[in-house]
Write a protein that binds this ligand. Structure first.
Ligand code: PRP
Ligand code: MG
Length: 183
């Protein structure tokens, strides 16, 4: 069995659930952007890497891939909303249709900052897709146009999501056993 099996309390979204949802979202995005010259996918390191790769391959419209690396100061829970840009866009997004790709929206802090920053580059449009969303983000009404799944407020890992940089490679999304992060 894979090394991580013993650390997972339960699987909440299987690889098949994720693949089916990705296909469904891609179909919707294909239709929504059918009249454009294509889409610039902006993925956020490192969590969004898996979803970015799968979504890009599920779409049938032309896409280009860009990545940014953002980091919020200190603890997310107490952060004042300050975000550092560790890696900026490599390309001019002016007049481009931008779709920000995320693995998870939790407090919404990362996205709220980004959605204020991107318009200063004059894109034609900016929308957000996230594979999962936590209750906090739903309550805070963070504008995520395309959401895969709403998940409970538990410690979810896998499909890009980590605990101390581990578990990102899990092909499913699962809940981490408390003894793993409490020790
Ligand atoms: C995680 C996740 C989202 C963000 C969501 O990234 O990938 O980008 O947190 O949290 P928020 O809605 O509370 O801002 P993180 O900054 O931990 O880095 P990572 O993507 O490298 O894991
Ligand atoms: Mg991230």
């Amino acid at each position: 069995a894979p090394w991580y099996d013993a650390d997972i309390e339960r699987i909440i979204l299987s690889a098949e659930d994720i693949a089916d949802k990705t296909a469904e979202l891609a179909k919707q995005i294909d239709a929504d952007y059918a009249d454009t010259d294509g889409l610039l996918l902006v993925g956020l390191f490192k969590g969004a890497v898996m979803f970015m790769a799968d979504l890009a391959r599920a779409l049938t419209i032309p896409v280009e891939l860009e990545f940014m690396d953002l980091s919020s100061y200190g603890s997310k829970a107490t952060s004042s909303g300050v975000v550092r840009v560790l890696k900026d866009l490599d390309t001019d997004i002016r007049d481009r249709h931008v779709l920000v790709v995320e693995d998870i929206v939790d407090s919404g802090l990362t996205l709220s900052w980004l959605l204020k920053y991107l318009p200063s580059r004059y894109p034609a449009s900016v929308e957000v897709i996230s594979m999962v969303r936590k209750p906090k983000a739903l309550e805070a009404k963070v504008p995520v146009k395309y959401v895969g799944f709403d998940v409970p407020d538990e410690f979810v890992v896998g499909y890009g999501m980590d605990f101390a940089e581990r578990y990102r490679e899990l092909p499913f999304i699962g809940i981490l056993k408390p003894e793993v992060y409490e020790s």
